[in-house]
Design a protein around this ligand. Sequence first.
Ligand SMILES: NC(=O)c1ccc[n+]([C@@H]2O[C@H](COP(=O)([O-])OP(=O)(O)OC[C@H]3O[C@@H](n4cnc5c(N)ncnc54)[C@H](OP(=O)(O)O)[C@@H]3O)[C@@H](O)[C@H]2O)c1
Length: 247
Amino acid sequence: MSTASNLFAGQHVVVMGGSSGIGEATATAFAADGAEVVITGRDREKLDAAVARIGGKTSGARLDATDPAALAAFFTEAGTVDHLVVAVSGAAGSGPFAQLDLADLAHGFDAKFWPQVRVLQAALPHLRKDGSVTLITAASARAAFPGTAGLAAINGALEAMVPPLAVELAPLRINAVSPGVIDTPWWDRVPTEQRTALFDGLAATTPAGRVGRPEDVARAIHMFAANTFVTGVVLDCTGGANLPTGR
Ligand SMILES: NC(=O)c1ccc[n+]([C@@H]2O[C@H](COP(=O)([O-])OP(=O)(O)OC[C@H]3O[C@@H](n4cnc5c(N)ncnc54)[C@H](OP(=O)(O)O)[C@@H]3O)[C@@H](O)[C@H]2O)c1
């Protein structure tokens, strides 16, 4: 991503959900700057492949972030963590509201909202007092796209927690990145032709002229960890796709 430095030398970074996409790009950025990085995910093969791609002082821990006992055991083993990034994903809970299956919406909360909250709570006793936590939400939290009320609820709930947590848990810093559409394996569930059409259409109407890359979000997360005067912030990383045009 950038020229390697020793900015995070001797520091421990945990990226929950670091075996692909935004989490992997984030782990790569920290590892390039000297951090000892642990990435987690549920799939051993994916983890091993990502560790090999990331390089540096990186290791992989197989862990389901929805499992409280596994989280407690992981953090006890991990020792002091300087920076925590929570990139676990979920895709359930989208679709037109009139037909929205509430069990599917609950599943969306189970896959994204609760793991992020659980991970942070389990990590707290093990985080450096003035370290950092970065959550990953989504532009759907505030973008008013039709068919995303469920995703808005999940991600909006997370975003609402950031400012009060930044005050309550200080000097630990709590921030969130709110990405727009980013080309990651998250989109593999959409058939290629449909995905290409969607990405091309978005690129044409987005001020940045393209959809996002995982590295775009990784840069924002890297900044949150590095800049010790930033806390309580939810940063849009959307290429301007969600800016109100007044039209
Ligand atoms: N891509 C986008 O357009 C976009 C837009 C807005 C927000 N986001 C958010 O960005 C974050 C990262 O998404 P991404 O696009 O990078 O997705 P991704 O490529 O699918 O990566 C998700 C990562 O999380 C891991 N993971 C998922 N559930 C887990 C669980 N229960 N426990 C442990 N690890 C788990 C996955 O590995 P395993 O599956 O092997 O566990 C993988 O390493 C998510 O919160 C997503 O909602 C993405």
